[in-house]
Each structure stands twice: as C-alpha cells, then as structure tokens.
Design a protein around this ligand. Structure first.
Ligand SMILES: Nc1ncnc2c1ncn2[C@@H]1O[C@H](COP(=O)(O)OP(=O)(O)OP(=O)(O)O)[C@@H](O)[C@H]1O
Ligand SMILES: [Mg+2]
Length: 268
C-alpha cells in the first residue's frame, strides 16, 4: 500500500479577485521506504504541496490519501490527529523550544498524544540515541551546534513513529559538514524503512535521495529515479579528510613562515 497517494490535486488561491492556480492537477504516490526530493523554481508550488502533504492545508480539488486515510474529507479533529500522529516535521529553522532541554523537546509530541510521562522519557531518550545525541539529553538548544539542534528536531519528528517524515529545506541553515551529517542521518533512517519527502533547492543534495520530483507552474514536469545515488556518510568522511589535510597544510605553512621570520630577525 502506498504511504502517500495524491490524485488530481488542485489548489487555487483567490486574492483581490484574481485566481492563482498554485497546483493544477498533481498526481503522485510514494511507497514505504521511498526518499523523495521535491524540487522546482520559486513559485512552482512546492510549499503549497508541502502544506497539503503535511495536513496544514486542504486542496481545492482532488484527493490525498495518507497511510490509507482520505485526508481531504476528514473533519477538523481527524485532520489534526493525522497531522500529529502520521507526520514528522523537520523545518529549516529547527523550531525547538529554546528554554527546554533536548529530551523535553523530543518528548513533547508524545505528551500531546497522552503517552505516560515515564514511557515518553524512555522513547525520547531512545530517539536521541538513534540520532547520535545520547550524551546531550539535557543540553538546551543554545548549548548545541546547528547540526545537533537539527538532529534533536529529527528525533522529535521520529519519536511518534510517523508514517513519513516531511522535511522543508532541513539543511538550509547549515554549513557543508553539518549538511552532510544530516543527509547521512536521513539516509540511515531511510535504510531502516522510514519514508522521507524533502523539499530542497540544492541539486547536489538530490543525489542522496532515491527519487526526484520537479514542479513547474503547479505541475509535475519530471519524476525520475536517482541512478547514481551517493552515500552522505562516505562524502562526509571524504570532506573531513580533505579538510584535515587542508588545515594540516595551513599549520605547516604558518610554522615554516614563522621559522623564516625568526631567521630574518636573527640575521638582522
Ligand atoms: N496564500 C496565498 N495566496 C495567494 N497566492 C499564493 C498564496 N500562497 C502561494 N501563492 C502563490 O502560489 C504559487 C505557488 O507558491 P508556493 O509558495 O507554493 O511556491 P514555492 O515553490 O514554494 O516557491 P519558493 O521556492 O519561492 O518557496 C505562487 O505563484 C504564489 O504566489
Ligand atoms: Mg516555498
């Protein structure tokens, strides 16, 4: 069964008597275990599609079935339930509560879903271990690097065991090293069967996913399989090696320059 099934999806916006057709009839489905990049130029409808996939908005026409539930006909409570239980959100800006520790941030979705506090703690800790932050449970967001904050957000997205993860430019605020770390983590979660849909502007990130959907003017203009998929963990290791060589070279350079200056000083 498809996790996501979208048929004839349209979204119109009415603004000052003008109708904007942001989505003009989109069809696509994703099976469990897929890792899909959603790309396309500015204004092509990516956020509109994401809002519908995330049950933050309903389409003007067409259907969206998530994990077997037809969302567009569901009432407000069911719609909110689907959003909280079936989707794990990861945003560009991390969206963590700032005065709340890593583990408490991760527990939050469980407390909303009325999980017992003791169970919530155990599951939140397991989720933080899974993203490699087992030693940072009680750190506040301000005491964590950007990459670590995003890993807390990913643990929070995973803790409810959602049907899929919806990530909107999750590496937009991160440098190269942290970006590769996050992509490696997503690949690791995906290898264990988690379905992931990720909006990105960066073509170089799409090579870490399995499938690329491109939107243009509210329509899907291509839907391709990534044939030469790269390993983000390998690329991260390579980046670190090169970076270390570079800094070793820089240090050696400074040492030899200082030595040269000493020689000049001694001579004068
Ligand atoms: N609330 C709204 N009211 C009216 N028009 C809207 C609204 N939201 C989006 N649009 C229009 O719908 C179209 C698609 O917008 P959308 O935000 O989905 O694009 P996008 O692909 O996410 O772009 P970007 O890469 O710049 O974020 C655009 O033409 C936009 O102007
Ligand atoms: Mg957008």
């Amino acid at each position: 069964m498809a996790v996501i099934e979208i048929k004839g999806l349209k979204r119109l916006y009415e603004l000052d008597g003008i109708t904007v057709r942001a989505l003009k009839g989109v069809d696509f489905s994703a099976e469990q275990g897929e890792f899909v990049a959603v790309m396309g130029p500015s204004g092509s409808g990516k956020s509109t599609l994401m809002n519908i996939l995330g049950c933050l908005d309903k389409p003007s026409a067409g259907t969206y079935t998530l994990d077997g539930i037809e969302t567009s006909i569901s009432d407000t409570d069911t719609f909110a339930f689907i959003r909280n239980q079936k989707i794990g959100f990861v945003f560009q800006a991390f969206n963590l509560l700032s005065r709340t520790s890593a583990i408490e941030n991760v527990e939050l979705p469980l407390l909303y879903s009325k999980t017992r506090i003791k169970d919530a703690r155990v599951r939140a800790e397991a989720a933080l271990n899974e993203v490699g932050l087992g030693s940072r449970l009680h750190h506040m967001p301000s005491q964590l690097s950007g990459g670590q904050q995003q890993r807390v957000a990913i643990a929070r997205a995973m803790v409810n065991d959602p049907a899929f993860i919806l990530a909107d430019e999750p590496t937009g605020n991160l440098d190269t090293e942290m970006t590769l770390e996050i992509m490696a983590l997503f690949q690791q979660l995906n290898n264990r069967g988690k379905t992931i849909v990720m909006v990105t502007h960066e073509p170089e990130l799409a090579v870490y996913m399995k499938r690329i959907i491109t939107l243009r003017d509210g329509e899907i203009v291509s839907d391709t399989k990534v044939t030469e998929r790269r390993s983000a963990a390998d690329d991260l290791a390579k980046w670190k090696r090169e970076h270390e060589e570079l800094s070793t070279f820089a240090v050696a350079n400074i040492v030899s320059r200082t030595a040269a200056l000493n020689v000049i000083e001694e001579a004068s």
